[in-house]
Design a protein around this ligand. Structure first.
Ligand SMILES: Cc1cc2nc3c(=O)[nH]c(=O)nc-3n(C[C@H](O)[C@H](O)[C@H](O)COP(=O)(O)O)c2cc1C
Length: 319
């Protein structure tokens, strides 16, 4: 029988299938995260790139679309710098969500408040020491991101294959794996290494419901290679579609001037002009080749997962 019975991430989130969208600034809003929740996955709403009024409007649009649960991500350092961490946390816990994700910062600062409100707290992390600190602080689970992921990352980051096993061997909280996963093969691999759910970023950036211009989605779908650069500062890397713009930055012909995408990225997102900035994407860009709806992505991922599990289980059969 195919069932995720006993899955602790489903228990904590209330989702039907253990697939999350990554809480990426600009992307993880109602259109995309709402579609993920509506398809049975765990939609995560980011709160770092919109003010509270707009975040609230996004949450209301999510609710209009589906009764299914969704989670709220708090980018702790950014919200603290903007002096609005308390405001956003209070808002989230005031009946909006029972599932909070913390990132970049100390979840110890908020864990008691999340638990007092009857909600769960998962911490999103790319380092073992940070993961262990978060578990010591009492978080309910971890989102473990490997170095193949898109987004800003330390050059010291480990790749998911080894990182997940390291975390798994040291803690016993539920783990969500992110980085390089686009389908059921990746999901089955992550589960074999100890995850109970997967989080996909690049795959959902290219989804039909993703708010970005089609040219950006197609550039990722067409990509066969990504390139790792340090456009913000040394030691902080980010992965991009390997195109002419990114090659120019790599050669030093274009100075990124400390901007992660080396240009006006939101203008590129709106107009689809790929000459304006680099296209951020994880290594997984090379694994996906089309633009599909969120429901198709989730259904195919879960179906592919079970196919893969059955293929492996068949190894047990007497020859
Ligand atoms: C272009 C891009 C931008 C990202 N920006 C953010 C961000 O703003 N906040 C965040 O928490 N994670 C961000 N991430 C990382 C994702 O949360 C996640 O770890 C990653 O997408 C997983 O790897 P995958 O892209 O291979 O699925 C970003 C990822 C990508 C591809």
């Amino acid at each position: 029988m195919r069932s995720f019975a006993g899955n602790r991430v489903l228990r904590d989130t209330g989702a039907r299938v253990p697939v999350f969208n990554a809480p990426i600034g600009y992307f993880a809003r109602s259109a995309l995260a709402g579609a993920v929740s509506a398809a049975g996955g765990m939609g995560l709403l980011e709160t770092a790139t919109t003010g509270l009024a707009e975040t609230n409007a996004e949450a209301e649009r999510m609710r209009e679309r589906t009764d299914a649960p969704f989670g709220v991500q708090l980018f702790l350092r950014v919200l603290a710098q903007q002096n609005r961490l308390d405001e956003v946390l209070d808002w989230a816990l005031d009946g909006r969500s029972r599932f909070i994700v913390s990132a970049v910062g100390a979840p110890a600062d908020i864990v008691a408040r999340v638990h007092d409100a009857g909600a769960k707290l998962y911490h999103q992390t790319g380092s073992l020491s940070d993961a262990l600190r978060a578990v010591d602080a009492g978080v309910d689970g971890l989102i473990v991101e490997g170095a193949e992921a898109g987004g800003l990352r330390s050059t010291r980051s480990m790749h998911l294959f080894s990182f997940l096993q390291q975390v798994r061997s040291q803690v016993d909280v539920p783990l969500v794996a992110g980085g390089g996963i686009v389908d059921g093969h990746g999901m089955a691999g992550a589960f074999a290494l100890g995850a109970e759910a997967v989080m996909m970023g690049t795959r959902f950036i290219t989804a039909a419901e993703s708010p970005v211009h089609h040219n950006v989605k197609q550039a990722i779908a067409d990509a066969t290679e990504t390139i790792n650069l340090e456009p913000v500062k040394k030691g902080i890397m980010m992965r991009f579609v390997r195109n002419d713009f990114a090659e120019s930055v790599a050669r030093g012909d274009i100075d990124p001037q400390g901007q992660p995408y080396a240009g006006p990225v939101f203008e590129m997102f709106e107009t689809g002009d790929l000459g304006l900035a680099m296209v951020g994407a994880g290594e997984s860009a090379a694994l996906l080749h089309d633009v599909r709806t969120v429901a198709e992505i989730i259904d195919d991922t879960v179906a592919g997962f079970w196919t893969e599990i059955e293929r492996l289980a068949a190894l047990l059969a007497p020859s």
